[in-house]
Design a protein around this ligand. Structure first.
Ligand SMILES: Nc1nc2c(c(=O)[nH]1)N[C@H]1C(S)=C(S)[C@@H](COP(=O)(O)O)O[C@H]1N2
Ligand SMILES: [Mo]
Length: 456
């Protein structure tokens, strides 16, 4: 079985259903190369001449788990056929508790937020993107009262388990607004295209989280001197259905884990964390790739070495150490794991494509963020980046939260304009105008966001 779960490859193969919804995921995977999809999903080998599958026991079990029963005639099933039980399921298209998101993949569920729905200072739960690597634990199997968080690992002095009630009782509560952005946000713009969900701009959000500090909980269990990393485990399961495989288990170096803002959270915007975003407990380490913020959290390990869970090693969440030409095959040894996310901004008002017909200036607004750093300036342009004006920029409510910018724009005459926004972080790094350093997995695209406006 390939360690990488099936991902969408190419937005051009996306199919549209009669009701206008798009199907992605399994259909797309099979549309591209059915035999490769068989191999990727079930580890099912096919003889290219006879097109008969050699169905291994493990493949059979994986397929049976996915369709929910054993398959007596599995050896007769033609190669490259999507089991109808999966092909005809439209269940994932209405994501419970979400509104207006664009579904990029249905298995696993991945959905992003259009820019104008990210206009709130604090992202509402219904507008927070969803990025799943595997299958969330069944909703009916989640019992908040018996849910436990285990703290263990070779650098933990006294391994312990806590119920959520115990966490709430034994440690101080903290609330922070935290920016969570997927490392692959913006991937759709890379050329040649990179495999994975084709995120445009909407795999970012900044809600508030309430919970206990990771450092308080780890200290209560004793952190040995040789501790260098933490790793998380969640209750979601591998797409193959194989319980011995985990969909993702990442972590952060001790220094990041022990920051005040690193939380073990049970609430988002003062309510339960939405199911798809990790209910009932999640890790949140803002400013780093979203993949370090483990959902459906049930275990944290304190490690005496770099955590080696699934998707910790290159090429996952890693970029070339040195710039490479687009399309280069980069050896894994020449890659580094992403830490802080780069400076970026998003124009959230107006919605791209509007007509501005008032006589006065147009107010634009959005957010800017810079990983572990803060944003010191945002500039906007209406003339394709020839001249720039400084936007008003607010301080963040706390470290690792995005910052609001606003600007009033005048236009010399009616016509088509583009509004571009560019943020600069506290160390002087600015967003690039064009897509930055190509990398094999399409991470860290922080190119300037632009929208279209017609002035009447
Ligand atoms: N257990 C678990 N945690 C996870 C993931 C996952 O698939 N399983 N996805 C990660 C990735 S890649 C991202 S970008 C964020 C997304 O958080 P969200 O789905 O709440 O927006 O969760 C991270 N935590
Ligand atoms: Mo991600």
């Amino acid at each position: 079985m390939s360690k990488t779960p099936p991902t969408t490859r190419d937005s051009k193969t996306q199919a549209t259903q009669p009701d206008g919804k798009t199907t992605r995921g399994i259909h797309e995977l099979y549309a591209e190369d059915p035999l490769a999809a068989d191999k990727e999903l079930w580890d099912r080998e096919t003889d290219p001449l006879s097109r008969r599958g050699f169905i291994k026991r493990s493949s059979l079990l994986a397929m049976a788990a996915a369709v929910g029963a054993s398959i007596p005639f599995a050896d007769k099933m033609p190669a490259g056929l999507i089991p109808a039980a999966l092909a005809q399921s439209d269940e994932p298209f209405n994501i419970e508790g979400k509104e207006g998101l664009t579904v990029l993949n249905d298995r696993p569920i991945n959905a992003e937020t259009p820019p104008h729905l990210l206009d709130d200072d604090v992202t509402p739960a219904k507008h927070m993107f969803v990025r799943n690597n595997g299958l969330p634990p069944k909703q009916s199997s989640i019992d908040v009262d018996s849910w436990t968080l285990e703290i263990a690992g070779e650098s933990c002095q006294n391994p312990k388990s806590f119920t959520i009630a115990e966490l709430k009782k034994q440690f101080d509560h903290h609330t922070y607004q935290l920016t969570v952005e997927c490392g692959g946000n913006g991937r759709a713009e890379f050329n040649p295209s990179a495999s994975g969900n084709q995120w445009t701009t909407g795999a970012v959000a900044c809600p508030t989280y309430t919970g206990v500090r990771v450092k308080d909980v780890l200290k209560a269990c004793g952190i040995k001197d040789d501790a260098v990393y933490i790793g998380y485990y969640g209750a979601d399961t591998h797409l193959s259905g194989d319980p011995s495989k985990e969909p993702i288990s990442r972590g952060v170096p001790m220094k990041k884990a022990l920051e005040d803002e690193s939380l073990i959270a049970w609430a988002m915007n003062d309510e339960d964390i939405p199911y798809q975003n990790g209910y009932p407990l999640r890790l949140v380490c803002g400013g780093w790739p979203g993949s370090v913020s483990g959902k459906w959290l049930n275990k944290i390990v304190i490690r005496n070495q770099r955590h080696d869970g699934t998707k910790m090693a290159p090429p996952s969440y890693s970029v070339p150490k040195h710039p490479v030409a687009p399309g280069t095959d980069v050896p894994l040894d020449d890659m580094v794991t992403i830490h802080s996310m780069p400076v970026k901004s998003l124009i959230t008002f107006p919605k791209s494509g509007i007509t501005h017909s008032d006589s006065g200036p147009l107010e634009v607004r959005g957010h800017a963020w810079a990983g572990d750093l803060s944003v010191k300036e945002v500039q906007v342009s209406t003339d394709f980046g020839v001249t720039w004006q400084k936007a008003e920029l607010k301080d963040a409510p706390n470290r690792l939260a995005w910052q609001r910018f606003t600007a009033k724009l005048d236009f010399p005459e009616p016509g088509y304009y583009e509004i571009w926004a560019k943020a600069i972080d506290s160390e002087g790094n600015a967003q690039p105008m064009v897509v930055p350093g190509w990398n094999p997995k399409g991470y860290l695209n922080n190119a300037c966001h632009r929208i279209a406006v017609q002035v009447a």
